[in-house]
Write a protein that binds this ligand. Sequence first.
Ligand SMILES: [Zn+2]
Length: 110
Amino acid sequence: MIVQIAGLVAYQEADNTRGTDRRLVDEGDTVTSFRGEAATFLRATRARITGKSGKVMVRWLDGNAAGTEGEYYDGVFGLTVEGILTCGCPLRVVADEGHQEGCAERATVQ
Ligand SMILES: [Zn+2]
């Protein structure tokens, strides 16, 4: 299967302990590391693919590194980075289940 990745999106995973749903993270959103340090989300840089973590760029708000930017694994901030195909479907979903309902590719590629 030839796939064209059009972009990357980062999701904040659902947090059952805080009752939050999975949500899309945008540039400028504050994210929190597993150490409890806050950072500003800048962009996703690599999608999660089999055997590899996704990556994100952030600017630290807290701690010794405050004000500096760095690239980290998405899991450091409880995020999941996904590749989005040109049709708009997430790559992971297409690989597992095919194109989403309402996608124009759904009828042609199954
Ligand atoms: Zn699609």
